[in-house]
Design a protein around this ligand. Sequence first.
Ligand SMILES: Cc1ncc(COP(=O)(O)O)c(C=O)c1O
Length: 388
Amino acid sequence: MQIKVASRLSRLPPYLFAELDRLKREMQDRGVDVISLGIGDPDLPTPPNIVKACQEAVESPVNHRYPDYQGLDRFREAVSKWYQSRFEVSLNPQTEACALIGSKEGIANFPVAVLDPGDIVLIPDPGYPVYYSGCVFNGGEPYFMPLRKENAFLPDLSRIPAQVARRAKLMWLNYPNNPTAATTDKVFLQHAVQFCLAHEIILAHDFAYSEIAFDNYRAPSVLEVEGARECAIEFHSLSKTYSMTGWRVGFAVGNSQLIAALGAVKTNIDSGVFQAVQEAAIAGLTGSDDSVKRYCAIYQERRDLMVDALRSIGLECELPRATFYIWASVPSNYTSASFAERVLRETGVVITPGSGFGKSGEGYVRFSLTVPSERLREAVKRIKALRI
Ligand SMILES: Cc1ncc(COP(=O)(O)O)c(C=O)c1O
């Protein structure tokens, strides 16, 4: 029998990282000491108080059963208390917060809740790939908002044509930003909320990197902005804040109708977050933020080292105020992919070509700071030897 898969799969872009993945495996098989600065997966361990809370919860049979779809009451209360103390935003834990199996789950499921076929989705370019796949999997039409250096990697909303804005149903924003590491302030978020309210567009803010910040920068929540509660939902992750990528826990907060719609989708697709993991998350959200501060200090040291080193070998990059990424311009005569490939092939260092995040990512590569400083130094030493 000829298997015919759904045509929506053919709407996914070609997987740009496939050749690099193959090359990386081949080099590892040959015994090359590969340094991966490719993915944003923290090397620092989950803090011990969080691990311990999970260990204790695992013992209890009450946690062995199906969890509540929206999350334990205590989980949602912990989220709402954390929002109050971190952003001075008060949330009703019953109606304005929902647990997620990692924020990626919510980001992928949210379009199911709000899109009808033909609706336009405004997507940052470059951007986290799930905004696009969530759009096309659900019959939406993507409209890319370029993030350009001259605009501080913020979308220029005034350039969105009126007929696009009229048909747009959903806008994604993500600050602190992956992959550009750009940050924003309340003024821009206010502008975005006003734009969305004026055009009746749902604003979805991906806030996965909210706590990974340096130099006293504090990333604002979109919910701090007047009017946001009418149109916005914010997606949060514990993955980066507490080095919990493997645990799969996050949450969505914001407009109660949007939270209810997402919840309705989730009740038909998943069965909630393992309660012992929710207990771990509660320990993180209600505990001291010492570990977050300590980890940010480590990322900051790596950032300083890496920015200096990259600049010294002629790779132009900004000093990011947040995230654990560095977004660097590729040297002339290279595309993002050809540069990343040469670096991998000749030095064993994996970096991510910007074009993998969208057309406007061309001309850049992303370095992830999720390896120890000595490995970063070694990576730059090897790249320097290329004499690019
Ligand atoms: C911008 C952005 N959003 C969301 C996620 C998903 O994180 P998680 O599903 O682990 O919460 C990531 C992960 O890398 C990301 O970079």
